[in-house]
Design a protein around this ligand. Structure first.
Ligand code: SF4
Ligand code: SF4
Length: 235
C-alpha cells in the first residue's frame, strides 16, 4: 500500500503506482486476484464507469484508470461534470473494461475522495503518471479535477475468448470472493445428465449431484431451464 493507511488522507509522494498487467498476456488462473485485476484495468486504461444519476437512472462514461497500487484504483473527475456529482452523491461506482480478445474485468465498490488538503499533490502525481492529461488540462486547470479511489469491492475476471470460458471472481479489500449469480446443482438432482449434455461449455461433471465447474461456466442458464427435476438454482 502506497498511501497512508487511514483511507482518506493520502500522501501523493508515496503513490508508487504499480505497473499495469499487459492485456496481451493470458494469465495463469492462480495469478488472477484482486491486485492482478487492478493492473489489468489500468492496462486497458479507458474503461466504462457506471453511476446512478440524480434522476435515479443509470449513466455510463468512459473514464481513464489513472493509477493502481496493490489495493487501490485511482481515477479523476472534473468538478463540473455530472459524473463528479454522481460519484459525490452515491459514493459508489461500477467499472468494466474489455480487451479486443474478449477478456473482461469488472469491479464495483464504494468510492473514497481523499481530503481537500491532499488533492493538489495527488492531482500532480496522477498527471505525472499520465502525461497526456496536461494536453487536456494545461497548467492550473488540472486542479478542477478531484482524485478518487476504490479500495473495497467485488469483481470478476472473465475470458470469453477461451474455450471453455474462464472466470474468476475476486474481492478487493480482503473479503472472500463473491459468488453472486452462480448456478448450483442441488440434491434434487436425479442424475439424468441432461444439463451436462446441453451445457455449451461442457463444464458440468457427473456425480451425486452433478457438479458445475464455476471457473468455466458461461452463466447462460441453459442448465436451469432444461433440468427436468428443477435441481438447478441461481445463487
Ligand atoms: S439435468 Fe437436472 S437432474 Fe439431470 S443431471 Fe442435470 S441437474 Fe441433475
Ligand atoms: S449456466 Fe450455462 S455454461 Fe454454466 S453450467 Fe449451466 S449450461 Fe453450462
Amino acid at each position: 500500500m502506497s498511501f497512508a493507511e487511514d483511507g482518506t488522507r493520502a500522501d501523493a509522494s508515496g503513490l508508487d503506482a504499480v505497473e499495469p498487467s499487459g492485456p496481451s498476456a493470458i494469465p495463469r488462473p492462480e495469478d488472477v486476484d484482486a491486485a492482478w485485476c487492478l493492473r489489468f484495468l489500468r492496462a486497458i486504461r479507458d474503461v466504462s464507469f457506471a453511476t446512478i444519476g440524480a434522476d435515479g437512472l443509470p449513466s455510463v462514461r468512459v473514464i481513464d484508470v489513472m493509477a493502481v497500487t496493490e489495493g487501490r484504483l485511482y481515477f479523476l473527475a472534473p468538478r463540473g461534470k455530472e459524473f463528479h456529482a454522481d460519484v459525490m452523491r452515491e459514493r459508489f461506482v461500477a467499472v468494466v473494461g474489455q480487451t479486443p480478445d474478449l477478456r473482461t474485468c469488472r469491479l464495483r465498490g464504494p468510492v473514497v475522495r481523499p481530503e481537500d488538503d491532499a488533492q493538489r499533490a495527488l492531482v500532480d502525481r496522477l498527471f505525472e503518471l499520465n502525461p497526456g492529461m496536461e494536453v487536456i488540462y494545461p497548467g492550473e486547470s488540472r486542479y478542477i479535477c478531484d482524485v478518487f479511489f476504490i479500495e473495497e469491492g467485488e469483481g470478476e475476471y472473465f475470458d470469453l475468448g477461451q474455450k471453455p470460458v474462464f472466470r474468476k471472481p475476486f474481492r478487493l479489500g480482503g473479503l472472500p470472493a463473491c459468488e453472486r449469480g452462480t448456478f448450483l446443482i442441488t440434491d434434487a438432482c436425479i442424475g439424468c445428465g441432461t444439463c451436462a449434455e446441453k451445457c455449451p461449455e461442457r463444464c458440468i461433471a457427473p456425480g451425486a449431484p452433478y457438479k458445475i465447474d464455476q471457473s468455466h461456466c458461461l452463466r447462460c442458464g441453459i442448465c436451469l431451464e432444461t433440468c427436468p427435476a428443477q435441481a438447478v438454482t441461481r445463487r
